[in-house]
Design a protein around this ligand. Structure first.
Ligand code: ATP
Length: 235
């Protein structure tokens, strides 16, 4: 049984069809990449999975449909969404932002353990935990956004373009941390425009264009595909 199964998914904004037919699957503990140009429907796909927008088609998590699940219950099911543009509470401290990710959890010792885990993953956040989050660099804010999502203890972490607008030095660090999160046992679905970095870390990759899945394969297969090389890798 896959952890996440999306089949023939459709999403429209009014009359405009943003996702025409997308099918993807994430197994337990896998790191799956979704590539595609602007407007391909990548963000929309993640929003559909976290139930922030309505969709049609198969949308199953651990063999049960997500369609009846209200958006505010998705985290309790085991899915945390780290959205495009980070969406931090900019007036609040780094620590408060991280703690908000654990708002559903009752066991303080567990929450404290996970906070330690986030600080181990991103040591700079420990140093800056009292700082207002708006004063951090873009890369550091991205670390807070990923850390906040981890504080919800997801089985599946949804990452929307974590490398956008980030200095190259921090970009490598962000991708390394994503690999580490997977090694620690969390499945990840990452949507990205940086095809090279995504192919470096992902087990398998799907390519979306115009709201449809046009390719799927292992990272090696996708990296070896002539069309992908020309359009996405500039070979
Ligand atoms: P990007 O990398 O630019 O975020 P994307 O692959 O994530 O692109 P989406 O943001 O999912 O693409 O957009 C898919 C399509 O849906 C686009 O044609 C976009 O214009 C449209 N769309 C997205 N959000 C809305 C909205 N709130 N209302 C109307 N149309 C929208």
């Amino acid at each position: 049984m896959p952890l996440l199964e999306v089949a023939d998914l459709k999403v429209s904004y009014g009359k405009a069809l943003a996702i025409e037919s997308v099918s993807i699957r994430v197994e337990k503990g896998e790191l799956i990449g979704v590539l595609g140009p602007n407007g391909a429907g990548k963000t929309t796909l993640l929003k559909a999975i976290s139930r922030s927008i309505a969709s049609q088609g198969t949308l199953n998590f651990k063999d049960a449909s997500l369609h009846p699940i209200e958006p505010y219950n998705v985290v309790a099911k085991g899915i945390c969404h780290c959205p495009e543009g980070r969406k931090l509470f900019s007036e609040l401290s780094v620590l408060k932002n991280l703690q908000l990710g654990a708002y559903l959890r009752k066991n303080n010792a567990d929450v404290q353990n996970d906070l330690e885990r986030v600080f181990t993953l991103f040591p700079v956040l420990r140093e800056r935990q009292w700082q207002q989050s708006s004063t951090l660099s873009g890369g550091e804010q991205q670390m807070v956004a990923i850390g906040r999502a981890l504080m919800g203890r997801p089985e599946l972490l949804l990452l929307d373009e974590p490398s956008v607008g980030i200095a190259p030095r921090l970009k490598g660090l962000i991708f390394d941390s994503i690999q580490q999160i997977r090694k620690d046992g969390t499945a990840i679905l990452i949507v990205e425009q940086d095809a090279t970095s995504t192919l470096r870390i992902a087990d398998r990759v799907y390519v979306l264009e115009h709201g449809r899945t046009i390719r799927e394969g292992t990272s090696a297969e996708i990296a070896g595909d002539k069309y992908i090389q020309q359009i996405y890798l500039g070979v």
